[in-house]
Write a protein that binds this ligand. Sequence first.
Ligand code: SF4
Length: 479
Amino acid sequence: MNVHDSERLAGLLENAGLVEAQEGQADVVVFNTCAVRENADNKLYGNLGQLAPVKERHPGMQIAVGGCLAQKDRETILQKAPWVDVVFGTHNVGSLPALLERARHNNEAQLEILESLDVFPSTLPTKRDAVYSGWVSISVGCNNTCTFCIVPSLRGKERDRRPGDILSEVQALVDDGAIEVTLLGQNVNSYGVEFGDRGAFAKLLRACGSIEGLERVRFTSPHPAAFTDDVIDAMAETPNVMPQLHMPLQSGSDKVLKDMRRSYRSKKFLGILDKVRERIPHAAISTDIIVGFPGETEEDFQATLDVVEQARFATAFTFQYSKRPGTPAAELPDQLPKSVVQERYERLIALQDRIAAEENAKQVGTEVEVLVTAQQGRKASETHRLSGRSRDQRLVHFSVPEGAAVPRPGDLVTVTVTEAAPFHLIADPQPAEYSVRRSRAGDAWDRSQAESCGIPSSGSAPGGAKAVSLGMPSLPVRG
Ligand code: SF4
């Protein structure tokens, strides 16, 4: 959500005539903050402190702070860092260019925080990070009240976007070359609550299924309490909805779930996973887990380990509980000592890493279709492998057999997996185990590269096979 908001901020500023600073000194610096992460405030004020002397040396430079922490801290930001020019909240992202202009014109810091959504953010211009895939917001805010979470107080009640608007945005992305879309919401499967249609999310998935050229549909995040069978059916019956599900567990202990005010219990959670796997046998399921919630006993933690063992998650995002001022859990007694949380966290990581390695090992020898991304693995310069995501969202590093066609970001390759690690798969295929499908997204990548180099695009040949690739970055090939 935060990354997508940053894409909007970049789009708004470009629309207002600014251009991205490539190197050297930026005239405008925008911090899009997230209050969910630990120490967000320390990091923000540390960064602002470092910028103070930079701004002094560059008269006219402007600094803006937005996002959840700005919504929370408001004027405190200007008190602690009076060299900041603009503070804006989560509900008025679209005001940023006007606020920067007003701050410049009046030579005075501008603070504007709204209590509820002004314009649905998706109607704002967006500068997308990748041409081959895009985020599409279906709702913002959340009607739940998880006791550890700051989101409801900073993002407000759930606001749902109309299905027609969502589908038009998806269509526009596809027309621009995207072949993958991720539907975004704090709680996607309660989508429709605002306009009284409980089946709206399943219908939305099915509607995405009939958008021609859209090859991969994902979504994040659902909530186990509201996850209904109609969504599982829609996933199973819509070929372009990917066999992947992110289902936040948070804790395997029913007592802790109750204290977290999460209304499902571990049995229901595991039941959902069973149903998903029954309908979509190869679904990769990921999760979020918080370790060390106030009052969590060793027995409670063991219950989490037991659920993790049974659930066989492909990936887990694991967090050590830490207080978020302003949340009910921050006031609970029995906050656990750091050493206890750390020790449990390490046990959980060891278990999940083992499971992830075992699950990935089952992929060795199978064929996977990989959507090639522009990001390369850390060791790409040594291994000369390219990277991408499989249909079930596993990270795959693959090499191109000598003499074989090199894919562009956005193209699809089919490779046989040769090795597995807990966090990625490796494919060093023989020529017969490798094929490339050039896609519209790869053509769009070529065009975007040509445009960023200032070279007029030649357009692209249908199928792409003979398209001239302009401005193409050199991609490593296995020598
Ligand atoms: S459902 Fe998610 S966003 Fe909503 S309160 Fe709970 S953790 Fe926060």
